[in-house]
Every structure is written in structure tokens, then in C-alpha cells.
Design a protein around this ligand. Structure first.
Ligand code: ATP
Length: 377
């Protein structure tokens, strides 16, 4: 079984050019709802995922992302709404007939089976011949660089290697869709970033439609063609990582995406000027509003000289990370974080002045969190 030969190029990628496997299918979620008794866990979720696309469902703990994934897998009943894979309505179809392979945070390997037996198990269940199975296992194992470990048992592998076996077991089935629920979260930070790159490479090589659940926005930014950000069961925004980072639809998305997250200062808008207890900035084109937050990113903020800049605060900490210095300032009811050159230094407690880019700041209605746009461009 040659995976590479089963792949064709596509021009229809939403974010970047990508490969699409012949077995990859589109996935449509149409107004999905999930109720647990009186609790409404997923609310009217609609998404269209293209063949070969890598879509990340992102959000804080409890936002409903795993429930949404489990509904796609068929492991959770859909209270209302519909789900379509390719041209088939699978809303009420049993999991085993959905042509989906799922990879969990816990690798769920069989401890008394070797790596080869673990990887080949889905094919054994499907009735493939030993020769077919052997070839497919070797092919899938080579996709995750585990071909030299086929005779080992799970307990003889590192966490990263176990995760790769779990991935190979999903690959070997050649599914229409991969579902992954926080598959990297058991790994230490170094292995996680290594596996992230491997996973991205593998998904782009195999071209299988993938839905990936995480609460880690770095994983979402680095892996996804598009990110769907959820909060309290509700889809907040769907877009490419760049779109949601640069153009957040609301304050929640702005504060969730990015490391460090966007900085916010509360104040009011009047006559094209934003005024707060920490300073002001001219924001032409915005209507008057007495309760807004202005958001600005660390990398779009610079440190100004004494009595210059738009805002001022008190230095809370100054941390040299190696290639840059992160300065945290006390401002508003939180902290504002700015990036400075690695040789920059300022004592704790000193006053610091910041210059923002008026063309790049985001304005939010403070009570609803909704983004406010200028009335004139
Ligand atoms: P996490 O990252 O912590 O796994 P999540 O975003 O994946 O969070 P879900 O597991 O989808 O969240 O859960 C969404 C909400 O539904 C949570 O408030 C959870 O307590 C609730 N929930 C999940 N399963 C059940 C269940 N079987 N019965 C009742 N409530 C449930």
C-alpha cells in the first residue's frame, strides 16, 4: 500500500496549498446541538471542513470542543442538527461505519501486543490477509519513523514513540477523516514541539481531513489551516490562524490567541480620541462610546522616552529570555506586556511609556466584548 501514490494536489486550500488524499472527505456540521439533561454543552455548531483540511477546534476547558469531536466520531448522540461526511448524512450512523480514525490524549495501546500488532489491529478486525497487513503496517510505521520498533511492546517505548504508534494505527486504516483529541498533551514541552512539527508534516503528506481538539493556542496557530474558537459551547470565530490573530471578532478571541495575549486598557471614545486613566491615543473614525477596551499586541508596541508615547504604567517585571526582554507593566486591572531588545533593562517600579500603532489597535465594546470597527476607514 503506497500512501504517496494515493495523493493528488489541490488548488482549493483555504489557507495554503495542501495535499488531498483520494480517501479524504469533506465534513459538514449543520447546526449541531448537544444537551446533557438541562445543560446545553454545544450550541448550534455549523462548520464546513474541506477534504484534506486541518481544522483545529480551540477553546478553554469545558467549552464543548471534545463533545463536538465525539459527536463527529459518533461516540456521543447528536441532540439536534446534522452531520455529513462527503455526500453521506451520517448523523445517525454507527461510529464503525463513519470511516473515521480517532487519536486520543491517552494512546490507548494494547500493552500485551507488539508495536506491529497494535498498528495492524484495525486491519485484522477488518479481515485483511496477513500479507496485506504486514505491508500496510510497515508503510504506516515508516510514516511515523517507527519501522525499527515493530517488535517492541508499548512499555519499552517513550511517550513520543507511543504517540507515534497511536498515529500509525490511525494511518493504517486510511480513513476519510482523522479526529485527534489533545494528542500531544501528555508529552513534555520539548517533545511536544517536536511532535507538533511531525504531525503537521504527516498531515500535509497524507492529506487526510483532520479535526484536532486542543486548548493550546500555539498548537492551533502552528498546525491549523483554519481554527474554530469555541467558548461556552458557542463558535466564536472561524478563520486562518493569521485572520483570527490579526482580526479577532471579539475580546475573548483577542485575549485567547497569542502568547503573550493581547493587552487591554479600558476607557472611552470621544471625538476620535480614546481616553483612559493611563493615557490616550487618537483613533480617527470611531464613533463616541463611553465603555470600550482598546487592545494592542506586545510586538506592535514600543517603549517611548520620558513623557512621550500614548500610555504609561509602572514596571512590574523585566525578564530577559535570551533573544529579547519581556517587560510587564501594571496597567488597568491587569498587566500589559511589551517586547524589548535583549539588552533593554528597566527597574521594577519605574514609570514606563508605551507607543501603540493606532492603525493596528482593536477596539471592543467592554460590556459585550464585540469588536467595534471605525465608521470611516
Ligand atoms: P476539556 O478541554 O477540559 O476536555 P472541553 O472543551 O473538551 O474541555 P467537553 O468535554 O466537551 O469540554 O465538555 C463540555 C461541557 O459539557 C462541560 O461543561 C462538561 O462538564 C459537560 N459534559 C461533558 N460530558 C458530559 C456528560 N456526559 N454529562 C454531563 N455533562 C457533560
Amino acid at each position: 500500500m503506497n500512501v504517496q501514490s494515493n495523493i493528488s494536489a489541490t488548488q482549493s486550500a483555504p489557507a495554503e496549498q495542501r495535499l488531498v488524499s483520494e480517501t479524504a472527505r469533506s465534513l459538514k456540521l449543520q447546526g449541531l446541538n448537544k444537551h446533557y439533561g438541562p445543560f446545553h454543552a454545544v450550541k448550534d455548531l455549523s462548520l464546513e471542513i474541506e477534504p484534506g483540511e486541518f481544522l483545529v477546534l480551540l477553546g478553554p476547558s469545558g467549552c464543548g470542543k471534545s463533545t463536538a469531536l465525539r459527536m463527529i466520531a459518533g461516540l456521543e448522540d447528536i441532540t439536534s442538527g446534522a452531520m455529513v461526511i462527503g455526500d453521506n448524512d451520517v448523523t445517525h450512523v454507527l461510529p464503525k461505519y463513519r470511516d473515521i480514525a480517532m487519536v486520543f490524549q491517552s494512546y490507548a495501546l494494547y500493552p500485551h501486543k507488539t508495536v506491529a500488532e497494535n498498528i495492524g489491529f484495525p486491519l485484522k478486525v477488518a479481515g485483511a490477509s496477513p500479507a496485506e497487513r504486514d505491508a500496510a503496517v510497515k508503510d504506516a510505521a515508516s510514516q511515523v519513523q517507527m519501522e525499527d520498533y515493530l517488535h517492541r511492546y508499548p512499555k519499552e517505548l517513550s511517550g513520543g514513540q507511543r504517540q507515534r504508534v497511536a498515529l500509525a494505527r490511525a494511518i493504517v486504516r486510511r480513513p476519510a477523516i482523522f479526529l485527534m483529541d489533545e494528542p500531544l498533551s501528555n508529552l513534555d514541552a520539548k517533545l511536544r514541539s517536536f511532535m507538533r512539527a511531525e504531525l503537521k508534516h504527516m498531515q500535509q503528506t497524507l492529506g487526510v481531513t483532520t479535526v484536532y481538539v486542543t486548548h493550546d493556542q500555539i498548537e492551533a496557530m502552528t498546525l491549523a489551516h483554519r481554527v474554530a474558537i469555541m467558548r461556552d459551547g458557542v463558535l466564536q470565530q472561524l478563520g486562518t490562524p493569521t485572520e483570527v490573530y490579526d482580526n479577532p471578532a471579539n475580546k475573548f478571541v483577542a485575549g485567547f490567541m497569542g502568547s503573550p495575549p493581547m493587552n487591554f486598557i479600558k476607557g472611552s471614545l470621544s471625538g476620535g480620541t480614546f481616553t483612559s486613566a493611563y493615557g490616550q491615543v487618537s483613533l480617527a473614525g470611531y464613533a463616541d462610546h463611553d465603555n470600550v477596551s482598546v487592545g494592542f499586541r506586545a510586538e506592535e508596541t514600543s517603549i517611548a522616552g520620558p513623557d512621550k508615547g500614548h500610555f504609561s504604567g509602572i514596571v512590574f517585571s523585566c525578564e530577559m529570555t535570551g533573544h529579547e526582554t519581556i517587560v510587564t507593566c501594571e496597567m488597568d486591572d491587569g498587566h500589559a506586556i511589551v517586547r524589548a531588545a535583549k539588552d533593554y533593562s528597566i527597574p521594577m517600579g519605574a514609570e514606563i511609556h508605551l507607543t501603540v500603532d493606532p492603525a493596528r489597535v482593536c477596539v471592543f465594546d467592554e460590556s459585550s466584548g464585540v469588536r467595534i470597527r471605525p465608521e470611516t476607514a
